[in-house]
Write a protein that binds this ligand. Sequence first.
Ligand code: 5MY
Ligand code: ADP
Length: 304
Amino acid sequence: MLKAPDHQVAGHQAHAGKLGPLVDDSGRFYKPLQSDERGTKEAAFYSSFSSNSKIPTAIRRFFPTYHGTQLLEASDGSGMHLHLVLQDIVSNRLDPSVMDIKMGSRTWYPQASEDYIMKCLKKDRESTSVPLGFRISGLQTYESEKLGYWKPDKKVVQDFTLEDVKSTLKRFVSSNPSSNAEPDCLLASIIYGGSDGILAQLLELKAWFEDQTIYQFYSCSVLMVYEKAGVGEEGFRSRSGAEVKLVDFAHVMDGEGVIDHNFLGGLCSLIKFLSDILVSSTNRSKAEGDLKEQPEEIENDAKA
Ligand SMILES: O=P(O)(O)O[C@@H]1[C@@H](OP(=O)(O)O)[C@H](OP(=O)(O)O)[C@H](O)[C@H](OP(=O)(O)O)[C@H]1OP(=O)(O)O
Ligand SMILES: Nc1ncnc2c1ncn2[C@@H]1O[C@H](COP(=O)(O)OP(=O)(O)O)[C@@H](O)[C@H]1O
């Protein structure tokens, strides 16, 4: 049975008679081909990417698996419509936390219409895209059984300032995301840190972007996904499955032998924000650990 995904955080949504993606129980995400060539361009990208032998195997894990296209009943009631059949990145996760980050200080692509360029330029200038090289497009982060998800409204997210972005990246890995108190970043070391945490994955992606000249990923998003496995007596357990995926390839262009400095710049900037959060949360835990150890040390000193 096809239905609108529960965990979509940005983009066009299948509600109120609108055209949007659908999911079923098979773990697939059906994205309707969009109008104005966007849909055909995205399908062409997936098809080219899937068959391109120059893409390193290790890099493929950062893209949803592509299963071709399929005619399905569209969510807007307009009848049969061609859909991209993609891996549903969140289907096997319990209470997934998801953030969509649109990459690049420039989201418009060469050859776009003047109207489209003006619309994108306005959004880029009025959001953090121009100053930071990325903007948060949407997110949800699971807080608790009682409070459910912290999922700020689209309008609130669109107005995010630099400080809001910093705070949201912290809240995303905190046990108290919706609180007015300082986010505790309790999960930063598990989700952002570690040998296969978000930062390590972004650094792997960066190494590829420093080399690849096959594509220019205009207006593409980095999705960060993880699941809080629950809170035990000892705090959060580490079964997070933190994952980075790229989505939305409607405006990908041929790289023409040039590195994608627009995407790469945003990636470096995002990496710096996450590294800073990780360093400060590690320092804080260390300071708290030192404080806890102090009484014993004092006792030992007294015995000596
Ligand atoms: O429909 P809108 O005005 O919300 O804009 C869409 C954007 O939503 P936003 O409001 O910026 O969060 C939307 O952005 P997100 O995916 O939500 O980050 C896309 O930029 C979309 O354009 P396209 O399908 O990539 O060509 C945009 O769609 P189009 O307006 O280009 O159809
Ligand atoms: N393969 C996927 N699996 C699960 N969720 C996805 C997948 N692709 C996209 N999404 C969800 O849908 C949202 C919008 O996707 P996107 O491809 O950017 O659509 P649009 O072109 O309408 O902007 C993402 O923010 C994410 O929440």
